[in-house]
Design a binder for this molecule. Structure first.
Ligand SMILES: [Zn+2]
Length: 307
């Protein structure tokens, strides 16, 4: 198991992860499935997935996230890939490992992504509770068995489904990254990215006591990040990460509109690190250039940590 990422955090240093996978695949010509989004790309476009990982590693990422965000049985079965759930998870980890073998010149860990997204992002289409839990257990078990170093729960934006995914992930015994998505409501409250009536603090207060290793503010609006860091740090003494989104989604495609420039992301990151963030990367809309800019800013980011 690769624990260098944990040592970096334990020493108080900044850890860079990768940027977007799904939207980057779209940008590179991979069609997004209407039901499973990027979930099947491991089967249909393996070389593009591997090359994207390689580009992130070259840019400076020390953790890469498997292309399994849309790969639970909950998403793959209604997309017509129900008999390939295992192949997708094992394939995704293998592509990440091959990318690392091909280009890494420093320690790179592999995080297995699991989301609680329902098929076609339709919140009326979740599996019945027992089957949903079984789908998360299947995904977590396959990722663990395939050798990921940790599990990254992504797009956690409620408590009902998130608690099932968290339970399944914890059962593997691997370190768990809790990734919450949030945005700023008109009244200034920080709320779930997908549920404007659900405050971020409600999600944090339910999920943090379950025992993550790290809390990420991911796929979040950039203006929501500073207050979200404060809300997390009031409840969580462990490491905090930030990997925001930029642009907007029109199912099943990302709109690359007003994407934050790599230089601006690096400039924002100085403030996030000053506020206590230690892990940095990008979510939907970001590309290897964003990670390269963070890598170039690493000495300045480390200086902020050491103030
Ligand atoms: Zn995202």
């Amino acid at each position: 198991m690769n624990n260098a990422w944990q040592e970096t955090l334990d020493h108080g240093n900044v850890l860079l992860i990768d940027g977007a996978m799904g939207t980057e695949l779209q940008k590179r010509g991979v069609p997004m499935d209407k039901v499973a989004w990027s979930g099947a790309a491991v089967l249909t476009h393996p070389d593009t997935v591997r090359e994207t990982h390689e580009d992130y590693i070259r840019a400076g990422a020390r953790v890469i996230v498997t292309n399994t965000f849309g790969s639970t049985r909950q998403m793959l079965e209604p997309a017509g890939y129900g008999d390939q759930v295992e192949a997708v998870h094992r394939g995704a980890v293998n592509l990440a490992r091959r990318a690392r073998d091909n280009v890494a010149d420093q320690s790179v860990a592999i995080a297995g992504s699991i989301s609680t997204e329902p098929p076609a992002f339709d919140r009326n289409a979740f599996l019945p509770r027992e089957k949903e839990l079984a789908a998360y257990r299947e995904a977590a078990g396959l990722l663990a068995d395939a050798g990921v170093d940790l599990i990254a729960l992504e797009m956690i934006n409620d408590t009902t489904h998130a608690s099932l995914a968290m339970r399944a992930a914890l059962e593997t015994g691997l370190p768990i990254w809790l990734g919450v998505g949030c945005k700023r409501r008109a009244d200034g409250k920080i709320v779930s990215f997908d549920h404007a009536d659900l405050e971020l603090v409600t999600i944090l207060d339910e999920l943090i006591p379950m025992g993550p290793t790290l809390v990420n503010i991911m796929h979040s609006a950039i203006d929501a990040v500073p207050p979200a860091i404060q809300l997390v740090r009031k409840r969580w003494a462990g490491p905090v990460g930030v990997y925001p989104e930029s642009g907007y989604f029109t199912k099943p495609n990302w709109n690359f509109v007003d994407i934050i420039s790599p230089a601006d992301l690096a400039a924002e990151a100085i403030g996030w690190v000053a506020a206590g963030a230690q892990l940095l990367g990008g979510c939907c809309g970001t590309s290897p250039d964003h990670i390269r800019a963070l890598q170039a800013a690493l000495p300045a980011l480390e200086d902020v940590r050491n103030v």
